[in-house]
Design a binder for this molecule. Structure first.
Ligand SMILES: [Cu+2]
Length: 480
């Protein structure tokens, strides 16, 4: 019967398009605070297929997804040790509920990569990825990691290791759905995405065990063909990728600067956000010309909002457009004093995520939540401007250059032929107490220790090996 056949097709298209039965990483939470739909997240530019799995495990898209080499303007601030949660959605704009189809059983992981600038393009695919969280099959609960996402509103939790060096990072949650991995040919389905963050940290660790993405797996990797339908399954599940990085594990210690985020901050004048778009208040006005200019400015911004919305949608663009309508109506009514208050047009505040509940439902956040804190002993290194501040007495009499002061005495690190590493070595050899060391770096030294990765790395590494300290701070040269 033709009539009922047409009916069925219409229902199928309206109710549950198959295209959206997959999943996408859309937004993330820092200590439970939602950064906003798509904010500081690299999302697919193919909206109808934004939830599709990566086409091939060797594709460059494995790094940060389709369009994942394109940086976005915003960068979220995260502190070492913070709890993160990554939200996965069946429908990227949350127009319908759901995180992932129950058939999509498999493991989860979270990777990070240190980059010069997380908002820059073309820095995702390639080496440098390390793993901070992994969760495969929980044989006690009889559940795969992806299954735990469903009662958890799609939230995958991970903690940032507390000893990582400060700076810009990409953070990459990864799901692997194995429901087609037993087929010939096998079809392991990866879902990945990247958040752009700046990590504030006094740590100095650069993990040693990194892997290239793509390249960390291929179709011969056992997990790619793991049969989830075997009775019983062939456990344990064969983990893949680099070993988990936990605070204090295999690493090298770099010069750690107390860096300050300068890229990707929310502009001060930003009054409304949608994904990575910001709305700015039109100029104030007191006459008809000014009113219509503000109306025009508002509409141009609305268009930009819609044009940049992407898979997570344009909810807040509607709010902004309503604000623009108010301005235009005011102009039409001869009310030429504005702009009006935006407060009644603002979207509702985003609810805070209860991280404790997420962790309770999904199990420990990996690695780092149980990592030991840093050793209490510290070495600090700070920019020192002799033209502004007298060298502290602890630096030693008559010292005008860099110095190292310790509880066991002080040593000149520069002077005429300073070698901080050699001098620290000598200090330790003398049994000096290095539990508190301050390195004062004169700003006038053009290639001083705060600027020299080599020297400070050597020094930090030496101190670390001596078991005296794992921290090596250096205030940002320019920020001081
Ligand atoms: Cu799917």
């Amino acid at each position: 019967m033709l009539v009922s056949r047409v009916k069925i097709i219409i229902l199928a298209a309206g109710a549950a398009p198959l295209a959206s039965a997959h999943t996408a990483f859309t937004n993330f939470f820092v200590n439970g605070v939602d950064q906003g739909d798509g904010t500081a997240v690299r999302l697919s530019n193919n909206i109808p297929q934004a939830t599709y799995p990566i086409s091939s495990v060797t594709s460059p898209d494995m790094a940060c997804g389709v369009n994942g080499e394109t940086g976005v303007s915003r960068v979220a601030n995260v502190n070492a040790g913070d709890s993160l949660a990554f939200e996965w959605r069946d429908w990227p704009d949350a127009s319908q509920p759901g995180s992932i189809d129950p058939s999509h059983k498999g493991p989860c992981a979270v990777y990070m990569k240190k980059v010069d600038n997380s908002a820059a393009s073309n820095n995702a695919a390639g080496d440098g990825w390390f793993k901070i969280m992994e969760d495969g099959y929980d044989s006690t609960a009889g559940q795969w990691c992806t299954e735990k996402l469903i009662p958890n509103d799609g939230h995958l939790a991970a903690a940032v290791p507390n000893d990582l060096a400060a700076g810009y990072y990409l953070v990459r949650p990864e799901l692997l759905a194995l429901h087609q991995a037993d087929k010939t040919p096998a079809d392991p389905q990866f879902y990945v995405g990247c958040a752009q963050i700046f990590l504030s940290s006094s740590g100095s660790a650069i993990p040693s065990n990194t892997a290239p993405i793509p390249g960390y797996i291929n179709m011969s990797t056992p997990a790619m063909t793991f049969n989830i339908y075997d009775q019983p399954m062939k456990l344990p599940f064969p983990d893949f990728g680099p070993p988990l990085y936990t605070a204090g594990s295999s690493k090298r210690d770099l010069e750690a600067r107390a860096m300050i985020q300068t890229i990707g901050l929310k502009p001060d004048a930003c009054v409304m956000e949608n994904v990575n778009w910001c709305g700015f208040m039109p100029s104030s006005y007191t006459d008809e010309t000014g009113c219509y200019a503000a109306s025009q400015n508002c509409s141009v911004q609305a268009t930009e909002c819609y044009n940049t919305a992407g898979p997570t949608g344009s909810k807040n663009c509607f709010n902004w457009e309503n604000f623009c309508t108010q301005i235009r109506n005011d102009c039409g009514a001869g009310n030429y004093n504005g702009p009006p208050s935006i407060s009644s047009f603002m979207p509702a505040p985003l609810p805070k995520l209860n991280m404790a509940a997420v962790v309770a439902a999904s199990g420990p956040m990996a690695s780092s939540d149980s990592a030991p804190p840093e050793a209490s002993s510290t070495v600090s290194m700070e920019a020192y401007d002799p033209s502004k501040t007298a060298m502290p007495a602890s630096a030693g009499a008559g010292n005008t250059g860099s110095s190292v002061s310790t509880a066991g005495g002080s040593i000149d690190t520069c002077g005429s032929n300073g070698d901080i590493a050699a001098r620290l070595r000598a200090t330790v050899a003398r049994g000096a107490n290095l539990s508190s060391v301050t390195v004062l770096e004169p700003r006038s030294t053009s290639a001083g220790i705060c600027d020299s990765t080599d020297t400070s790395f050597v020094a930090a590494d030496f101190i670390s090996k001596a078991g005296k300290s794992k921290r090596f701070l250096c205030n940002d040269w320019l920020a001081s």
